[in-house]
Structures are given as structure tokens and as C-alpha cells.
Design a protein around this ligand. Structure first.
Ligand code: HEM
Length: 476
């Protein structure tokens, strides 16, 4: 037998072995479309908005199905019960090894990209501190968000005769709220430092999206120059952003209050590290690196999500003048003209809350949520998932399911209200902030921001209505 023949036989046996192994794995996973070699299901995912293609696959394969993306098995969860059941378990709360998670967190650090005890410790601590500094203190948060919203209204008034893209202004308002919580500072829109920070952060978000499915096969980024350029820009911008946070941390360290009295997140984290040291505890999950990544996670996860939802609110208001009237009536009734809307008004303004919820349902801002991975081999729900299997939640499908949402594409805040006008509290299949162990950590903050932005805009409606309707195309 010639050497070539022996070599060819070894390759064929290897490929066959690999194929059978994969077949065995796939046979235990939820069924899904057949893929092509190497690319898997990718050719079937092209040619339209991804969430819609995935929704039509749901109709064919059911609420849970498996796709192949290159060498990865990706399980799609397309109803809320599945999302609740899977993501409610710790073993389904890992993060896949994707380029974006590594780039955002310099490895797999911080909150968004980490797993295991590192994630749990930092998530738990951050939730507690944010509650202490903001979510739990209505008055402090009220004035923080009111200032940001009023700044925007002032800008509209000053520029009412010009078409305007108020996206950047809105981003600034939202970023300032996070800056205030993280480092007790705010910036003016004209501050070149803030401009640079905001531009870099926005660039990071759009570049990461461009890297797209190459997230799973980093080596292939080199084959597509736009992805390569985008990926390099993410590295460069993240390095600058991280340096800004490092400078903040150093400054806070120099002025750390000696006996408690932390005024922001950085103080609280540094104090926690000091206290652990003085107790003789060594917990590597708390470090300056984690602190820097945690701060950047708050900005990455909490800025565009909130500002884009607010833009959707404004778009829906523009498209539905009759809803503007109803919101206005509720504001007049509960708040009046002599003071600003406040977070204390929320309980008495169910229509406004229902409006924001309906915007979130239809805007479907994160249509496929954030990817999860299973942290160990797991048998669940009749399937066997090998460690590393990726999971996505199709929030777009959940929010369009006619079983829960009659006439799902219709914009109707009334679906969130009971017949007596009170707000429905238990709404299955409404999951803009996802569900389970990794459910959005900033949900309370985001909901407070949305409420105050919408009500303060509407409080100024008499002056702003005309500008809104005449410039509808300029900011979306
Ligand atoms: C309307 C605004 C927002 C929306 C729609 C939103 C939505 C989401 C979603 C869908 C997830 C993924 C959960 C998962 O992995 O399954 C998430 C995670 C997260 N969000 Fe939000 N979010 C918003 C605002 C915020 C804000 C204001 C903050 C904080 C300042 C924040 C911080 C986070 C963090 C840190 C995570 C990662 C949690 C973890 O991995 O454990 N988000 N968010």
C-alpha cells in the first residue's frame, strides 16, 4: 500500500469517526434543519432579518430547535416558558467563548462575560450597591434623571427650528446617569472628554455587531477585511475606555473615605476590597481589573439599550397622537403643571407604564437576547446538551406570539391594563429584560429612566408636539 493511500485512509477514518461522533451528539439535541459541511445552518439564515428567519424556523421545527453555526451547536428557545425553565438554572447561565465577550472584558471578566463564582460575586455585589445608590433612593434618582431629561427638553427648545438627531443628546443623558452612579460625576455635552468617550462606546457597539457570526470562529475574521478592521477598532477603543476607568479608580483610591461613606460604585467596590483584606480574606473575584470591567459593563449594557428604547417611545408617540392625548391627560391629572413628574407618581400612572411596556414589547430591542452557554454536560427536558452548547432566546418570537398577544403587531397599551384600568403585573411572554439567573441587572434603573424621560417630555408637550411631528424622519 502506498504512503498516499495510507494517509488518505487515515483521513477518511478520522472524518468518519468525527461524523459519527457529531451525529451521536446531534441525535440527543432538539431537532433542527440539516446544515452544510463546515458552515452548518448559516446559508439558511441569510436573506432577511435574522429574527424573522428564526421565527419562521420555529413554525417548522417547534419552540426549541438546534442550529449549527460553524462548529457550534446553537439551541433556540422561542417561548417564554422555555426561556424561564432553561435560563432559571445555573448550568445554563454560562457565556459562550465569543470574540465580543472577550474583547469587552479583557478575557472573561466582569459581569456580562464571566461565569461561575466570578460572575455571581460581582453580579450580587453590583446589584446591592446600585440598589443602595440609586434604585432604592427615589429622591436622589429622581433629580438625577430629571436633570438629564430637562437638559434634553432645553436642547429641543433651543433648536426647535432645525431638524435634529437627538440620539447623541439622549445618549449623553443616559451616560451621565451611569457616570453619576459609577463615579459621582457628570459631564456637559460639549466636554471633549465626554464626546470622545461617547463616540468610542458607540463605535464599540456597532463594530461588535459587524463582526457578527465570526464571533464563533475568530480565525476567520482575518478572511474578511471589514470584520478584521472592526475587531481591531474594538480592541483599540476598549483599551482607551478601560484606561479612563483605571484613572477614575486611581483617583478614587487616593480619596477613599476612611470610615465608610462611599459616594459611588467605585468607592463601594474599593471599600469592599479593603474590608476583605482587613478580615484576612482572599477573594480573587474582587480586584481592580474586575472593577474596571464591571464599570464598563454597566455602560455597555445600560446606555444604548435605554436611549434607543426612549427613541422608540418618542416614535410611537409621534405615530399615535391619540395616545399622546391619553398620556397627557394622565399627567395633568396626577402631576399637574406646578411640579415635575417624579418616580413617586409611577403607581398612579398605569397608562404611562402600559405605554412604555407596549413600546418595549414591539420595539424588541434585543430580539435574540444575549447568548448563554451550558457550563457542563447536562441532561434536561429530554435532551442531552454537551458543555459549551450555545443558547439563544428568541424574544422577538415571544413578543409576537398570538397565543399571548392577540393581533400582535398592533400597538395597543391597553393590553397591559386590567378592565378597571390598573396595570397588569403578571404578564407571561413579556421579557424585554430576559428571564432567569442572568436577567438584566439594570431593569429597575431602566424602567425608572424610561418613565421619567417619557413623562418629562410629555410635560413639555405643548411646546414639543409640533417639533416632534414635523421632524419625524430626522432622528430615527
Ligand atoms: C431598556 C433598557 C434595557 C434593556 C432592554 C436591557 C436588556 C437586557 C437583556 C436582554 C440582558 C441579557 C440577559 C441575559 O443574558 O439573558 C441584559 C443584561 C444586562 N443588563 Fe440590561 N437592559 C437594559 C438596561 C440596562 C441598564 C440601565 C443597566 C445598568 C446600568 C443594565 C445592565 C445589564 C447587565 C450588567 C447585564 C448582564 C447581566 C449578567 O450577565 O448577569 N441593563 N439586559
Amino acid at each position: 500500500m502506498s504512503v498516499t493511500l495510507i494517509f488518505a485512509s487515515i483521513i477518511i477514518v478520522y472524518l468518519l469517526h468525527d461524523f459519527v461522533k457529531k451525529l451521536l451528539v446531534w441525535s440527543k439535541l432538539p431537532p433542527g434543519p440539516w446544515g452544510v459541511p463546515f458552515l452548518g445552518s448559516i446559508p439558511f439564515l441569510l436573506g432577511g432579518p435574522l429574527h424573522k428567519i428564526l421565527d419562521s424556523m420555529r413554525k417548522k421545527y417547534g419552540d426549541i430547535y438546534t442550529l449549527g453555526l460553524f462548529h457550534k451547536q446553537v439551541v433556540m428557545l422561542s417561548n417564554w416558558e422555555l426561556v424561564r425553565d432553561f435560563f432559571g438554572r445555573t448550568e445554563f447561565s454560562g457565556r459562550p467563548d465569543a470574540v465580543a465577550f472577550r474583547q469587552f472584558s479583557f478575557g472573561k471578566n466582569g459581569i456580562i462575560s464571566s461565569e461561575g463564582s466570578l460572575w455571581q460575586d460581582n453580579r450580587r455585589f453590583t446589584m446591592r450597591v446600585l440598589r443602595d445608590f440609586g434604585f432604592g433612593k427615589t429622591a436622589a434618582l429622581d433629580s438625577m434623571i430629571q436633570d438629564a431629561a430637562l437638559g434634553l427638553c432645553q436642547y429641543f427648545k433651543e433648536n426647535k427650528d432645525k431638524p435634529q438627531d437627538f440620539g447623541p443628546r439622549l445618549n449623553l443623558a443616559v451616560l451621565n446617569i451611569i457616570w453619576k452612579m459609577a463615579a459621582d460625576k457628570t459631564f456637559s455635552h460639549d466636554d471633549p472628554k465626554m464626546q470622545d468617550f461617547m463616540n468610542r462606546l458607540m463605535q464599540v457597539m456597532s463594530d461588535s455587531a459587524l463582526v457578527g457570526p465570526f464571533q464563533w470562529v475568530p480565525a476567520f475574521i482575518y478572511l474578511w477585511p471589514p470584520a478584521l478592521r472592526a475587531s481591531r477598532r474594538v480592541d483599540r477603543n476598549m483599551a482607551v475606555i478601560s484606561q479612563i476607568f483605571l484613572d477614575e479608580v486611581r483617583q478614587h483610591k487616593r480619596n477613599l473615605p476612611s470610615s465608610g461613606g462611599a459616594k459611588d460604585y467605585i468607592d463601594a467596590y474599593l471599600t469592599e476590597m479593603e474590608q476583605q483584606k482587613s478580615r484576612g480574606e482572599i477573594n480573587p473575584n474582587f480586584s481592580e481589573l474586575q472593577l474596571r470591567v464591571n464599570i464598563s459593563d454597566l455602560f455597555i449594557a445600560g446606555s444604548e439599550t435605554t436611549s434607543n428604547t426612549t427613541r422608540w417611545c418618542i416614535l410611537f408617540l409621534l405615530c399615535h397622537p391619540e395616545i399622546q392625548e391619553k398620556l397627557q391627560a394622565e399627567i395633568d391629572n396626577v402631576v399637574g403643571r406646578d411640579r415635575l413628574p417624579s418616580l413617586n407618581d409611577r403607581d398612579r400612572m398605569p397608562y404611562t407604564e402600559a405605554f412604555i411596556m407596549e413600546v418595549q414589547r414591539l420595539a424588541r430591542l434585543t430580539p435574540l437576547g444575549v447568548t448563554h452557554a451550558v457550563t457542563e454536560d447536562v441532561e434536561f427536558d429530554g435532551y442531552r446538551f454537551p458543555k459549551g452548547t450555545v443558547f439563544m432566546s428568541n424574544i422577538w418570537s415571544c413578543h409576537s406570539d398570538p397565543k399571548y398577544w392577540p393581533d400582535p403587531e398592533k400597538f395597543d397599551p391597553g393590553r397591559f391594563l386590567n378592565s378597571d384600568g390598573t396595570l397588569k403585573t403578571k404578564i407571561p411572554s413579556f421579557l424585554p429584560f430576559a428571564l432567569g439567573k442572568r436577567q438584566c441587572l439594570g431593569e429597575s434603573l431602566a424602567r425608572m429612566e424610561l418613565f421619567l424621560f417619557v413623562t418629562i417630555f410629555m410635560h413639555n408637550t405643548e411646546r414639543m408636539k409640533h417639533e416632534f411631528t414635523s421632524h419625524i424622519n430626522t432622528f430615527l
